[in-house]
Design a protein around this ligand. Structure first.
Ligand code: ZN
Length: 288
C-alpha cells in the first residue's frame, strides 16, 4: 500500500506562479510505518470496544430520549420482549421469574389498551411483586388509576414511581439496568424530566395538586413485612434485655454469693450459710 501526498507548488507558494504555467503535480511518497499503522488500528479498535461497552448494556434503551408530555403519559411507550428473556445473564430460576414478569406486564398492557384499568392494575401489581425495583410498574399503575378516575391513589403511585426512578438513575439498581436493556425497548426518561412532567400534570390537571404533599404508596406486603420485622425486633430486644441478661446476672450472683450467704436457685433470695432452708421459699439448700 502506498501513501502519497499530492502537492501543487502553486498552492504552496501563492502568488509566485500566478499567471505562469503550473508545474506538473508532484507526488511525494510518505515513509512507510506499518507498525505505527497497526498500533493505530489496534488502538482505534480498543477504544471503539470500550466506547461500545456501555452502549451494549444500554441495548435498545433510548436513554434520555426527548419525549413530549403526551407521549410520556401513555402505556404504549412500554414494550417488553418475551423472546429476549433467555438472553438475560441470570440463572434459570431468574429467567423463569423474569418470564412471568414480562407475561404479567404484557397482559396488563393489553388490558389497559382495552380500557380494563382494574384488570390492568392487578397484573401490574403482580409484576411488581416479582421485580419491585422496576419503576415502570408504579408508573403504569398510576396511569391506570388516573384513567379509572382515582387520581388520589394515582398520584401516590406516581410518587412511588419517582422515588424508584431516582434510585435507578443514581445507579442503585445496577442489575435492573442490565435486565431492562435486554427485555425492554422503552424510552427511558430522566428523573428530572419525569418529576417536572408529573408535577405540572398534577398541578394543572387536578386543581393545583401539590406533588410534594403526595405520600408514596407502600404496598400491603411491604407494610406487613415491615410490621413483622419490627415486632420481631422488639420481641428479641425484650428477650435479651428482659430475660436473658437478668437471668445470667442472678446466676452470676448465685455462683458468687456475698461472704457468709448462699443464694436460693428458686427464688434467688440470699440466705445466711447457717440456714440450710431458704428463708423466702422454704427450698432446701442443694450442696455444690
Ligand atoms: Zn428460695
Amino acid at each position: 500500500m502506498k501513501f502519497k501526498v499530492f502537492i501543487r507548488s502553486a498552492a504552496l507558494n501563492p502568488g509566485v506562479n500566478d499567471g505562469v504555467k503550473c508545474k506538473p503535480p508532484q507526488y511525494v511518497p510518505l515513509p512507510k510505518k506499518p507498525r505505527a499503522l497497526a498500533r493505530g488500528v489496534l488502538k482505534g479498535f480498543i477504544s471503539l470496544c470500550l466506547l461500545s461497552f456501555p452502549a451494549f448494556f444500554a441495548g435498545r434503551l433510548c436513554a434520555d430520549a426527548p419525549m413530549e408530555p403526551k407521549e410520556f403519559f401513555t402505556h404504549d411507550r412500554f414494550v417488553f420482549h418475551r423472546e429476549d428473556v433467555v438472553k438475560v445473564p441470570v440463572n434459570r430460576k431468574g429467567q423463569e421469574d423474569l418470564g412471568v414478569f414480562v407475561d404479567r406486564m404484557n397482559a396488563g398492557l393489553s388490558l389497559f389498551g382495552d380500557g380494563d384499568y382494574a384488570g390492568a392494575i392487578k397484573y401490574f401489581g403482580g409484576a411488581s411483586r416479582i421485580w419491585p425495583e422496576y419503576f415502570g410498574c408504579d408508573f403504569l399503575t398510576a396511569l391506570a388509576y388516573e384513567k379509572a378516575g382515582d387520581i388520589r391513589l394515582g398520584a401516590r403511585f406516581y410518587k412511588s414511581y419517582l422515588i424508584k426512578l431516582e434510585n435507578f438513575r443514581n445507579g442503585k439498581y445496577a442489575m435492573s439496568m442490565q435486565m431492562l436493556s435486554v427485555i425492554s425497548s422503552e424510552r427511558l426518561e430522566t428523573y428530572e424530566y419525569a418529576e417536572d412532567n408529573i408535577r405540572k400534570h398534577l398541578f394543572t390537571g387536578y386543581g393545583g395538586m401539590d406533588l410534594d404533599k403526595v405520600r408514596p404508596v407502600v404496598r400491603v406486603e411491604e407494610f406487613i413485612i415491615y410490621l413483622l420485622s419490627l415486632a420481631a425486633f422488639i420481641a428479641l430486644y425484650y428477650y435479651v434485655f428482659g430475660v436473658l441478661v437478668p437471668h445470667f446476672k442472678r446466676l452470676h450472683r448465685a455462683n458468687h454469693p456475698p461472704e457468709g450467704f448462699w443464694v436460693c436457685r428458686k427464688c434467688w433470695a440470699g440466705n445466711p450459710t447457717l440456714s440450710n432452708e431458704c428463708l423466702e421459699c422454704g427450698r432446701i439448700r442443694v450442696p455444690k
